[in-house]
Design a binder for this molecule. Structure first.
Ligand SMILES: *[C@@H]1O[C@H](CO)[C@@H](O)[C@H](O)[C@H]1NC(C)=O
Ligand SMILES: *[C@@H]1O[C@H](CO)[C@@H](O)[C@H](O)[C@H]1NC(C)=O
Ligand SMILES: *[C@@H]1O[C@H](CO)[C@@H](O)[C@H](O)[C@H]1NC(C)=O
Ligand SMILES: *[C@@H]1O[C@H](CO)[C@@H](O)[C@H](O)[C@H]1NC(C)=O
Ligand SMILES: *[C@@H]1O[C@H](CO)[C@@H](O)[C@H](O)[C@H]1NC(C)=O
Ligand SMILES: *[C@@H]1O[C@H](CO)[C@@H](O)[C@H](O)[C@H]1NC(C)=O
Ligand SMILES: *[C@@H]1O[C@H](CO)[C@@H](O)[C@H](O)[C@H]1NC(C)=O
Ligand SMILES: *[C@@H]1O[C@H](CO)[C@@H](O)[C@H](O)[C@H]1NC(C)=O
Ligand SMILES: *[C@@H]1O[C@H](CO)[C@@H](O)[C@H](O)[C@H]1NC(C)=O
Ligand SMILES: *[C@@H]1O[C@H](CO)[C@@H](O)[C@H](O)[C@H]1NC(C)=O
Ligand SMILES: *[C@@H]1O[C@H](CO)[C@@H](O)[C@H](O)[C@H]1NC(C)=O
Ligand SMILES: *[C@@H]1O[C@H](CO)[C@@H](O)[C@H](O)[C@H]1NC(C)=O
Length: 608
């Protein structure tokens, strides 16, 4: 067969004797077995099998075998020939064996099947102009015997049909499949098609997306197959739904609905004709980041005042980074302008990459007002500026939230809630909840959320670690300015502290002991410390006193009215709400002022 023309044929299981036996009677020097009328027969017919010997056998018999069964058919005695008539032919193939005196003399294969049904061509297709044509057809009934299928292809050229072996640009074609086997042959109806029906174009192999300079996104498709119709699909690389556009008789298209500064994935597909034929596969994806756009969000700003001295004040401003959809690019810096009163030009102009700014300002007069304008800048421009009217008015008398509580809610979140003193319920006040790890002295940035005046709680999620004590400050916010916060602590997960506080005692003159201790290192606290406990046990009476000490005591406690000349053991523990440390290191004390110096040297731990 010629190149490009597919020929499908089907071969059923044949044994190694096929080529030998199918041609006629099998000969051997012992005897001959023949099949009449032949060895390839229609299933509905019958066969006569004859075995002839050159001598007279005492017993002569014929057996039949197909691939699953074995049958004894007939046996004769003292003869040199035997014939059997079999009208139950096995589909596919059966073997007839001739045995003389229990020895195999010879055998013959007989095949039975049906002539092929008419095949029906379902579809013909080819990948690209230089591909091979593939046709798919339906075969009809099973034939049981080897049946070959031959595909023939003609091209109409004027009045003539010319045999061809491939489908080329523009032509009209006819395909016919012929099924044939030993019992007959049968041809399909002609199947007519054109190049454009059968050939699927290859995807366009070059796609140019987005003209960064003009920040327009123009998609240009290059295709060498003379396609006249294209479609583009695109989506952000985060995998949301594809958008599609079809473009007719052009190879470029301007996309107008793309988000700036977003990575998009593009694929194109083509088709030879607008009204018929098949779309190509999608091309390899092209990934492009669109150009930046001017930021369109407004910064959320708040600030705190503090006095430095009688001439200067400090203001710290805070704002949140914008979401990527608002920033529409990389924010390169923030600009903070300070205007005094209704001045036209700013008294200070600061730029920063941080999301906060601290500035010392002259305290000309308590009534000076400032307007501070904050905006975010990317390569394309700046966000709409946020204006805040800064007041230096004393607001220390304004009420702070009360009953501030931080409660772990679920595994990772913390809910901070508060109440407002009843008289002040009507005030126009927002809130800032700010938090930091308790150990951090001066964080360079701060975590915070702004909460509107109608809320009395905030849930903080995402960046809190377990077994760490956080300090939460809830500020009232008047026109952007933070008042005096109420502070609480909390931890999303806690356990008993790993260690006891390190303590030291001193025997005082007037029968008392002063105990002082240090903070437990932050990584050993395992939560927020809520209480310390001092245990004092008299060695003689085995009586034990337990003295809870809460955090408002400044890491010291005085035990008075101690009995002289009694030995004591002192121990200390620390507790989180989840439990108490072991408290298993003790110190012995003899509260005898006379020999106090001796006991100072004993101020070391004994293991209990
Ligand atoms: C098969 O044998 C029968 C007699 O047993 C005979 O009538 C018939 O014609 C034979 N058929 C052929 C095809 O030889
Ligand atoms: C073998 O012959 C038996 C009896 O005619 C039939 O039932 C069986 O289907 C045949 N096996 C095959 C594989 O054709
Ligand atoms: C071809 O197949 C059809 C059934 O598909 C059948 O009716 C017809 O007799 C067959 N023709 C030949 C020549 O076998
Ligand atoms: C279309 O894609 C399928 C699956 O990846 C592939 O088998 C086929 O060859 C492709 N067709 C063309 C025209 O590239
Ligand atoms: C070409 O083939 C078609 C379909 O088989 C047939 O109708 C037509 O008569 C043929 N033309 C010639 C000139 O052979
Ligand atoms: C089928 O094709 C094979 C290989 O070309 C050939 O040997 C065989 O004779 C063919 N059989 C029929 C029934 O046409
Ligand atoms: C596109 O295909 C043409 C011809 O098939 C080839 O010459 C060209 O290099 C291909 N371009 C790319 C970008 O693959
Ligand atoms: C594309 O079309 C032009 C004219 O329409 C033709 O000359 C050229 O051969 C075609 N190219 C291909 C690859 O089919
Ligand atoms: C602030 O300073 C920057 C450069 O440092 C300048 O580009 C900008 O125009 C100034 N803004 C105003 C309002 O003066
Ligand atoms: C700031 O004050 C000016 C005039 O005093 C007023 O028009 C403006 O609305 C105020 N802006 C804010 C954000 O309070
Ligand atoms: C934490 O809060 C977030 C958002 O508020 C919520 O989606 C999440 O389910 C919460 N997780 C738990 C463990 O409560
Ligand atoms: C801590 O002690 C002070 C003064 O003794 C008391 O007012 C306060 O309620 C105590 N706090 C706790 C949490 O027990």
């Amino acid at each position: 067969m010629e190149r490009g023309l597919q020929k499908k044929w089907i071969i059923f299981n044949v044994t190694f004797l096929w080529f030998l036996m199918k041609t006629g009677p099998a000969l051997s020097y012992l005897g001959i077995v023949t099949a009449s009328p032949g060895v390839l027969l229609p299933l509905a017919s019958s066969v006569n099998i004859t075995c002839s010997l050159s001598w007279i056998a005492r017993s002569l018999k014929i057996e039949k075998k197909n691939s699953t069964h074995s049958f004894f058919i007939r046996q004769l005695f003292n003869t040199n020939t035997i014939t059997v008539h079999d009208n139950e032919l096995s589909p596919r193939q059966a073997t007839y064996m001739c045995l003389a005196d229990k020895k195999i003399v010879n055998g013959i294969y007989v095949e039975a099947g049906v002539p092929p049904d008419q095949p029906t061509i379902l579809n013909c297709e080819q990948e690209g102009e230089l591909g091979r044509i593939y046709c798919l057809w339906k075969e009809g009934r099973e034939t049981f015997i080897q049946t070959n299928y031959t595909l023939q292809l003609w091209q109409r050229r004027g009045e003539r049909n010319v045999t061809v072996d491939s489908v080329r640009h523009g032509g009209e074609y006819i395909a016919v499949v012929t099924a044939s086997n030993g019992l007959g042959s049968n041809s399909s109806h002609p199947y007519a098609f054109t190049f454009f029906d059968a050939v699927t174009p290859h995807p366009p192999n070059k796609t140019i997306v987005c003209d960064i300079v003009s920040s327009n996104c123009i998609v240009t498709v290059q295709d060498r197959q003379n396609s006249s119709h294209f479609q583009i699909r695109y989506r952000p690389t985060d995998g949301t739904k594809w958008q599609r556009v079809e473009i007719k008789r052009k190879n470029s298209y301007t996309l107008e609905d793309l988000q700036p500064f977003t990575k998009y994935e593009f694929q194109v597909s083509c088709k030879f004709l607008i009204d018929r034929g098949k779309w190509s596969n999608w091309s390899q994806p092209v990934i492009i980041q669109t150009a930046e756009g001017v930021p369109n969000g407004m910064l959320d700003v708040w600030y705190r005042w503090s006095d430095i001295d009688s001439n200067r004040r400090n203001i710290i401003l805070f704002w949140k980074p914008m979401s990527t959809t608002e920033a529409r690019g990389l924010i390169r810096h923030y600009e903070v302008l300070f205007y005094r009163g209704s001045d036209r030009s700013p008294v200070h102009n600061s730029t920063t990459r941080d999301t906060w700014l601290s500035k010392d300002i002259d305290r000309r007069s308590d009534r000076t007002t400032y307007v501070i304008v904050v905006s975010a800048h990317n390569s394309k421009g700046n966000s709409p500026p946020t204006h805040i009217n800064v007041t230096t008015e004393d607001i220390s008398g304004q009420p702070s939230p009360v009953n501030v509580v931080a409660k772990s809610s679920g595994n990772e979140n913390m809910t901070v809630s508060w109440e407002i003193p009843q008289d002040d319920e009507t005030l126009d006040v927002d809130y800032i909840v700010e938090w930091k790890e308790q150990r951090e002295k001066h964080p360079s940035y701060t975590y915070w959320v702004k909460v509107s005046k109608t809320s009395r709680s905030a849930t903080i999620s995402g960046n809190l670690s377990p077994y760490v004590c956080y300090e939460f400050r809830v500020y009232p916010l008047w026109e952007g300015r933070a008042g005096i916060p109420t502070i609480t602590t909390g931890s999303i997960k806690q356990e008993a502290p790993y260690v006891d506080p390190e303590f030291h005692y001193e025997v005082q003159k007037h029968n008392s002991i002063l105990i002082t201790w240090k903070k437990i290192p932050p990584d050993k606290r395992r939560g927020c410390i809520v209480e310390y406990t001092i245990y004092m046990q008299s060695m003689s009476s085995s009586k034990q006193f337990k003295i809870p000490v809460n955090q408002s005591m400044k890491y010291q406690y005085e035990i008075s009215n101690i009995q002289s000349n009694v030995r004591y053991v002192l121990r200390m523990s620390a507790s989180t709400t989840a439990g108490e440390s072991l408290g298993n290191l003790g110190k012995e004390v003899y509260p005898d002022a006379q020999i106090g110096t001796v006991f100072k040297s004993l101020n070391k731990y004994i293991k209990l």
